[in-house]
Write a protein that binds this ligand. Structure first.
Ligand code: BGC
Length: 370
């Protein structure tokens, strides 16, 4: 197992093959932005850049052992910086992943105002969220894994949030083909924190059509319905009898065209599911199966919720690293999280981190075939 660091030079940072010359590694510098490659004994490769702590690529085998890149992304860092409609491909999003209504919340009697960068709401940490900052990266390794540790200190009032937030995110790839993400944070003032990873998957390979034939299971009997701006109404609604019932595996496209107000508001699925947690801790949140390739992905998490977003805003205008357009619903995200707008929803699990506490949460994406 190995971790390689590649730092690329020039105006353009080639995050993919362009960094490698003659089978060797070309090491130069571009404002401290690097590409790290994690490889396990089964040949699975995960590439991560410290720009936005972003997963740029995941090479995983199909049932015949053929590898494909199953994560949407770019091969130049400028594309991550300048992407139209900000898809947040592969990045860590925060300080608060997902939406905060009207970009406002009140904490300890003080009202904080954040950017409204998604219609009237705040989304994924604001204008320069954690997906748009350069993290410090250092390779790590241990018993059966190779990985990357990324740290970033968000300043008090950065993007409007209270408190200096000191963060560490580790990505570990092990020989069970698991990508394990651990999130840690501490603060010097009470602040909302909701960190997640925003990888878009297409288990048929990035750029290979839509994900509507993928079979999804979400371990959730309830979801949080939203208003037309995608802010939860506060209700925890049973999925039974609705297009949101993924308690048994079902093709993503099976019910997506149903006449349903929630699907209309989301332009498809773009909703938080309330995970069945049993006794809490690490539980299975979702599975996804792509029948043609046989690729199977499991998502496990300590978080109480998961946002299932099926790429409704992709429309073919963005072209991925292999030169193929990312079509409408050409990728899906399963973002483990606290429920959206938690800072304004007293009945949702609290997302407030206080001084002296440690934010600590784990999510695993496990890849196999069937
Ligand atoms: C949100 C979508 C948004 C996408 C990209 C998802 O987490 O739920 O509404 O379009 O991120 O910003």
């Amino acid at each position: 197992m190995r971790t390689i660091m590649v730092v690329c030079a020039g105006l353009s940072i080639l995050l993919m093959s362009g960094c490698f010359t003659g089978g060797g590694v070309n090491v130069t510098d571009f404002d401290g932005i690097a590409l790290y490659e994690l490889k396990n004994d089964n040949g699975v490769v995960v590439k991560i850049t410290n720009y936005g702590a972003t997963v740029t690529s995941i090479l995983a085998p199909d049932r015949k052992g053929n590898f494909a890149d199953i994560a949407l992304g770019y091969d130049r860092v400028e594309d991550y910086m300048n992407a139209v409609d900000k898809p947040y491909f592969g990045s860590i999003v925060g300080r608060y992943g997902n939406r905060i209504a009207k970009g406002k919340f009140t904490l300890n009697g003080e009202t904080y105002t954040l950017a409204t960068n998604n219609g009237s709401n705040h989304l994924h940490g604001g204008v320069i969220g954690f997906d748009k900052v350069v993290w410090s990266g250092s390779p790590i390794s241990g018993d059966g894994f190779t990985g990357l540790e990324l740290t970033y200190m968000a300043k008090d009032r950065e993007e409007g949030y209270p408190g200096n937030l000191s963060m560490k995110v580790t990505y570990k790839l092990n020989n069970d083909n698991e990508l394990v993400i651990d999130y840690y944070a501490t603060t010097d003032k009470a602040t909302p924190v909701n960190l997640t990873n925003h990888t878009y998957f297409n288990l048929a390979g990035e750029g290979n059509g839509t994900i509507l034939g993928h079979k999804l299971m979400v371990n959730a009997d309830r979801f949080t319905p939203v208003d037309e701006t995608l802010i939860p109404t506060g209700e925890l609604k049973p999925v039974k009898g609705t297009p949101f019932d993924f308690t048994s595996p079902k093709a993503i496209g099976h019910d997506i065209k149903q006449k349903n107000q929630q699907l209309k508001f989301g332009g498809g699925y773009d909703h938080n599911f309330v995970l069945n947690k049993g006794n809490g801790g690490m539980t299975l949140a979702a599975t996804v199966y792509e029948p043609i390739s046989g690729r199977f992905m499991e998502v496990l998490t300590e978080e109480p919720g998961i946002q299932f977003y099926c790429g409704n805003f992709l429309d073919g205008r963005l072209t991925g690293k292999a030169g193929k357009p990312y079509v409408h619903r050409g990728g899906f995200c399963l973002e483990t999280q606290h429920y959206p707008d938690s800072p304004n929803q007293p009945n949702f699990p609290s997302c407030i981190l206080k001084p002296g506490q440690v934010y600590k949460t784990k999510t695993i994406y496990r890849f196999s075939t069937k």
